[in-house]
Design a protein around this ligand. Sequence first.
Ligand code: ADP
Length: 252
Amino acid sequence: MGNVGAKEVPTLLTPEGLRIDGRRLDELRALKVTAGPLHEADGSAFVEWGANKVMAAVYGPREVHPRHLQENNKAIVQCRYNMAAFSVDERKRPGLDRRSQEISKVIAEAFESVIFAEEYPRTSIDVYIEVLQANAGTRCAGIVAASVALADAGIPMVDLLPAVAVGKIAGRIVLDLKKEEDNFGEADLPMALVPQSGRLVLLQMEGHLNRAELSEALDLGVKGCRQIYDVMKQALRDRYAVRPEGHTGGAA
Ligand code: ADP
């Protein structure tokens, strides 16, 4: 066990303006999205983003459980975000705590605003997000994974939802915080964007930013989301690409 209780703040920016993992201020962590890895689910996606590993599975439209949640004129969107007990170095208490309930709720609301729910009255679209390894930004990684899983399930939506957290460390606005930056930084601002319209469907903030910093952070987040959007679209293209004859690899 390391230095339990020690509150030593690491140096988050070098004199050259680089971050602890060598990234520039506006640089994303490495992002890999795989569409359709689970065969039982109607749609699925696996996201590896920096040290985050997140699986999403989508079921539906299907019968609503419990029945009383059913809506006569549209589908309901239910989301369960869960962090595995082994996903962080300190052992996390297994199960749904207040944090995961809050994250599940804001993610469901983000998707409710892009899914054409009125096409499937009296049904439920169920989104499961399992964080297998966590290193900050997991709600955003969950949204990216769930978006691709929803598209993989053929659920009609306005658009995919790229998402990223922007923040402030050592007085500078940066893209895509990793764990130490989230823990010891001055602000953390996760967001999810509808790329076609530029509409934000999730925006949360922890910490403090002034008006100019907020505006810089939003611009940086939107640029980051557009890069993430390209990776998401490519994952779906790779899954559904028509293979040349004789090609045996690729999606099942
Ligand atoms: P997000 O993962 O969306 O950034 P938070 O800002 O709440 O959400 O969490 C930041 C990071 O803190 C998580 O990604 C995870 O690495 C860590 N973390 C969150 N909850 C716990 C917990 N209960 N135990 C240990 N680490 C946690």
